[in-house]
Design a protein around this ligand. Structure first.
Ligand code: HEC
Length: 210
């Protein structure tokens, strides 16, 4: 499998993204035969634990994105964004910024979401699979845009900080058929991990902004 396929397969396993596989984000996909895709999913994930099996079935949001090959008309897009936004739980104390040093670890961690994981494995965000963040990191995917200077470019504005929290918590609350995982909504990352990632993007001391 290519790396893109591996990422897609893992993301699919955890019910993160829409079918069919879409190697270059948000462009018109080549349709795969649905029966072939079903057979592939069954062969690969059929032995996963029962609590995983329900994740193989797409939810309303993914079903809509699939039906329109991710090019949803604005009415459907609005409905998705509204539904996903309702899932976002903001920090009770209104603080969006955690510790960028911890966020750096989360961004670099690609563990989790595999049924071979030992119990208690803490999942990471695997952000580098799709994004450039620190300039010194040479290995990163390009499915998503570069996030270098993210906070600096946005003048560390409070509304941009909140938007980033929303984006990481539930990427489809911002962009209806995004191929970025819904980290908070799908319980891959917890609130503190997301705050730490927001700090990685927005702390002026973070290497992302240096
Ligand atoms: C499977 C690929 C994938 C992974 C993994 C991923 N992203 Fe993304 N991300 C994308 C794509 C594609 C976009 C652009 C489309 C969109 O906005 O949804 C994006 C957009 C973003 C944006 C908005 C960028 C802008 O233009 O303002 C932020 C912020 C972001 N991602 C942060 C993260 C963080 C932090 C992580 C790790 C926890 C992460 N992403 C993991 C694919 C990914």
């Amino acid at each position: 499998m290519t790396n893109t396929m591996k990422i897609a397969a893992l993301a699919l396993a955890a019910g993160f993204i829409a079918l069919p596989f879409n190697a270059s984000a948000q462009t018109a996909p080549k349709s795969a035969d649905p029966a072939l895709v079903d057979a592939y999913v069954k062969a690969t994930f059929g032995k996963a634990p029962p609590e995983w099996q329900e994740r193989i079935v797409p939810d309303e949001t993914l079903k809509t994105c699939n039906a329109f090959h991710n090019n949803v008309p604005s009415k459907e897009a609005d409905a998705i964004v509204k539904r996903e936004l309702a899932k976002v739980v903001y920090p009770a104390d209104g603080k969006f910024l955690g510790d960028w040093k911890e966020g750096r670890k989360v961004a670099n961690n690609g563990r989790g979401g595999q049924f071979s994981d030992p119990p208690g494995t803490v999942a990471g965000g695997n952000c580098y699979a799709c994004h450039q963040l620190e300039k010194s990191e040479v290995s990163y995917g390009t499915l998503g845009p570069s996030l270098t200077n993210y906070g600096k470019d946005r003048k560390y504005a409070p509304d941009e900080i909140k938007n980033a929290f929303t984006k990481i918590y539930d990427s489809q609350a911002v962009f209806a058929c995004s191929s970025m995982p819904r980290f908070g909504a799908n319980k891959v990352l917890d609130e503190k991990q997301i705050q730490d990632l927001v700090a990685l993007l927005f702390d002026p001391e973070s290497p992302v902004n240096k």
